[in-house]
Design a protein around this ligand. Structure first.
Ligand code: MRU
Length: 345
């Protein structure tokens, strides 16, 4: 049984507190959308698909928190304000805005306050269920790209913990293993906040998948010494041109893969695609200096040092062998191939 990151139960949202992993597997329960917003901001929950669903559940909580009894407009105005607060938590992953917009659409289509509350809760629950199904389909699609005895490198955490369950990149890895192929995984540590060692290594070990952890600085060594056959990572945003925004360091992994002729794949659902923006429109989240000047509570840099701490980078399409989705695999030329995936939707 893979981990379930987030769920709706008895009019509250329950999620794993990922800041405590891998030392403690602890669940937190929220009844206020402000708590959910705070959880997204502080990485209690993180990963593009997971924060999309967290946003949707946050708005479902807001619908219950509103004092509206008969006035639809009062409820919608309350939810609009909650949407703004939830949206402003993290800027790069496009799934958050996607989840919030879907829920507001459902709310606007309702006729009465009671109907809106019911519909919004049911739709958010469906989004969570769909997420797992989509990941499983994506996993099956992607598993065909991997061979028996492959060692697959992944970066950051695009697993069950970054989604509602099963995972995007790790979903592909799970499906490959479930198809009977023998595989090994190399997970990068992913400084500064170590989603690779804290989360990916934790969840793969939890599920009995063979995983070795490397420092980010050993990516080149691993590829140069033939320790890696293929790479699969997740994504926080993919543009219609195939430009992929993912955890900082992804670009380095992809560039190194090109140098060593190792196929570099990305796995993400269609909800991660941003078909409107151009690279110059995408905001790369800049995070606090203390993530870089220390590891956990231990200070590892001099006081007052200037820090540059972007959370994401952009990998250009020419470094990507394929983008795995629930609708199939996009390949170069990406613009054409991505368009076809949406037409098949
Ligand atoms: O800052 P995070 O932990 O929310 O970033 C998540 C990532 O960038 C992951 O690499 C992931 O691939 C995208 S979500 C499946």
């Amino acid at each position: 049984m893979t981990l379930k990151t987030i769920e709706w139960k008895d009019n509250s949202v329950i999620m794993i507190d990922q800041t405590k992993l891998p030392n403690v597997l602890e669940y937190v329960t929220y009844t206020d959308y402000n708590q959910v917003a705070d959880a997204i901001k502080t990485l209690v929950i993180r990963g593009a698909p997971a924060i999309g669903v967290a946003g949707a559940f946050g708005l479902a909580l807001a619908s219950l928190q509103s004092n509206a009894t008969t006035e639809k407009n009062e409820l919608i105005a309350y939810m609009q304000n909650a949407k703004k607060i939830l949206f402003e938590t993290r800027p790069t992953a496009v799934n958050l805005g996607w989840g919030l917009n879907k829920i507001m659409e459902v709310a606007n289509n309702g006729n009465t306050v009671e109907e809106i509350r019911n519909n919004v809760i049911e739709y958010a629950k469906k989004m969570a269920d769909d997420d797992v199904q989509i990941n499983m389909t994506m996993g099956k699609n992607g598993s065909e790209l991997f061979n028996d005895n492959d060692t697959i490198m992944t970066h950051c955490n695009a697993g069950a913990l970054a989604t509602v369950g099963y995972g995007t990149a790790l979903g592909v890895i799970r499906a490959t293993k479930d198809s009977g192929k023998n595989i090994k995984v190399i997970a990068t540590e992913t400084r500064p906040i170590q989603q690779g060692s804290r989360l990916t290594a934790f969840e793969l070990k939890h599920d009995g998948i063979d995983v070795s952890l490397i420092p980010d600085t050993a990516v080149g060594y691993s590829m140069a010494n033939s320790l890696v056959d293929k790479i699969v990572v997740g994504a926080d945003r993919i543009l219609r041109t195939g430009h992929v925004y993912n955890k900082i360091g992804t670009y380095q992994v992809a560039t190194m893969a090109k140098q060593h002729n190792i196929p570099f794949f990305v796995a993400a659902p269609l909800s991660t695609f941003d078909m409107k923006s151009n690279p110059e429109d995408v905001i790369i989240e800049q995070r606090k200096a203390s993530e870089v000047t220390g590891i956990g509570d231990k200070k590892t840099a001099p006081d007052g040092i200037d820090v540059i701490n972007p959370a994401f980078d952009m990998t250009p399409p020419e470094l990507i062998a394929g983008i795995i989705t629930e609708k199939g695999i996009a390949k170069s030329p990406f613009e054409e191939s991505i368009k076809k995936l949406f037409q098949a939707n």
